[in-house]
Write a new protein. Structure first.
Length: 62
């Protein structure tokens, strides 16, 4: 019975691990191949839009 639970935990860990690695690899491939050359343009535009926003959280400076 112990061997059944050991096998079950090992298979579950492998399935979860493979799924996690697959997601990371797929995201990286998608960004590199299909991200286009406008990534910095999108980042700059987002930074420009957020330039006047107030900072939230953390400790207040006195």
């Amino acid at each position: 019975m112990i061997s059944y639970f050991t096998d079950f935990i090992l298979v579950a860990a492998c399935v979860i691990g493979i799924t996690a690695v697959n997601g990371v690899v797929t995201n990286a491939v998608g960004e590199k191949w299909f991200g286009g050359k406008r990534h910095s343009h999108i980042f700059d535009q987002s930074k420009r839009i957020q330039s006047g926003w107030n900072k939230v959280g953390g400790n207040k400076k006195r």
